[in-house]
Design a protein around this ligand. Structure first.
Ligand code: GSH
Length: 216
């Protein structure tokens, strides 16, 4: 079995979907958390000077969280069985990524670099970045609620019986907004229940109980 290192800051952020996929698959990996004080040196060693990065046991380092997530989903059976199924998993995952991306941009400065000191970003409810995040949510969440209802009346997973990357993205991308505002999914009851189903998957549930508690 290959061994992996996931390099990221000590946050859930863009790395958490990969951590959750590996937890769901029961695969051990090196969870390398880079402190803000180390980042100036470490960023020179990372492809594109950014994280997360997936490192293989031969030292190959791969950037881009969604490419990493799709690879791990394919390796461990969370990416659907046919090209059409993979397409559905991918477009749903990318929709949630857009929300995650807009949320995390509230933690970025104008150069796309992490601002570690800014907490509870949604409380600054008038900033341009927050307004963009809100309109992305308004565009995507109603469509995701309907997309979920297309299979098993929305009472199972996005692909029906089987949990995939799409469901884990729904959990992971919405985690920080939900922590900041518990009514965030109030108008989307199917998505809310789906997140509980993901959380209650035994491997994921163990991981969520054991993991480091971080701000975002
Ligand atoms: N599209 C990329 C975006 C990666 C990204 O923007 N990462 C931020 C942290 S969330 C980063 O490393 N920024 C550079 C820095 O902080 O110096 C992905 O999803 O992996």
């Amino acid at each position: 079995m290959p061994s992996y290192t996931i390099h990221y800051f000590n946050h859930r952020g863009r790395a958490e979907v990969c951590r959750m996929l590996l937890a769901a698959a029961g695969v051990k990996y090196n969870d390398r958390r880079i402190e803000s004080s180390e980042w100036a040196v470490m960023r020179e060693l990372m492809p594109c000077s950014m994280m997360p990065v997936l490192e293989f046991d031969d030292g190959t380092k791969i950037p881009q969280s969604m490419a990493m997530a799709r690879f791990l989903a394919t390796e461990y059976g969370f990416h659907g069985n046919t090209n059409m199924e993979k397409l559905r998993v991918d477009y749903i995952s990318e929709c949630f990524y857009d929300i995650l991306d807009d949320y995390l941009r509230m933690y970025h400065d104008e150069h796309g670099r992490m601002r570690f000191e800014q907490f509870g970003v949604m409380s600054n409810g008038t900033s341009e970045k927050y307004l963009r995040f809100q309109s992305t949510c308004r565009r995507i969440l109603p469509y995701m609620e309907k997309t979920l209802e297309m299979r098993s009346s929305g009472n199972k997973f996005f692909m029906g019986e089987q949990m995939t990357l799409a469901d884990i993205m729904c959990y992971s991308a919405l985690e920080s907004p939900m922590l900041e505002d518990s009514s965030f999914l109030h108008s989307y009851p199917k998505l809310q229940s789906l997140r509980n189903r993901v959380k209650n998957q035994p491997n994921i549930n163990n991981y969520l109980k054991m993991r480091n508690c971080t701000e975002f």
